[in-house]
Design a protein around this ligand. Structure first.
Ligand SMILES: C[C@H](O)[C@H](O)[C@H]1CNC2=NC(N)=NC(=O)C2=N1
Length: 106
């Protein structure tokens, strides 16, 4: 079910790296930047598994180490909790990859 603006406002505050855009009934967008293509593609591979299991899929665009993501729910004509939850999963996976990149190789 499409989130109302009253529901959306506090949820968007929990997604500070995402930009809300009112186009197409409402969408959120974020650009992720990784160390290289392998890490960007690793992110996409992890998210692909999650997206498939939830039957909720991102719109995204990748060039080298950048992944530009747009989330919306076409079926609902705007943003739903599925988008919020997928955004959270993306933030979590990207943060974990950034963390791993910091660690010295064993
Ligand atoms: C037919 C299929 O269930 C629908 O197209 C699903 C699949 N994944 C989806 N993903 C997203 N982001 N929005 C949708 O509305 C959507 N709908």
């Amino acid at each position: 079910m499409k989130l109302t603006s009253t529901q959306l406002t506090p949820l968007l505050q929990t997604l500070p790296d995402w930009r809300f855009d009112a186009e197409r009934g409402g969408l959120i967008a974020r650009e992720f930047k990784f160390q290289n293509f392998a890490q960007a593609f690793g992110f996409m591979a992890q998210i692909a598994v999650i997206a498939e299991s939830r039957n909720h899929h991102p719109e995204w665009f990748n060039v080298y180490n950048r992944v530009q993501v747009t989330l919306t729910t076409h079926d609902a004509g705007g943003l739903t909790m599925k988008d919020v939850e997928l955004a959270r999963a993306m933030d979590r996976v990207a943060a974990a990859l950034a963390q791993q990149a910091q660690e010295p190789t064993p």
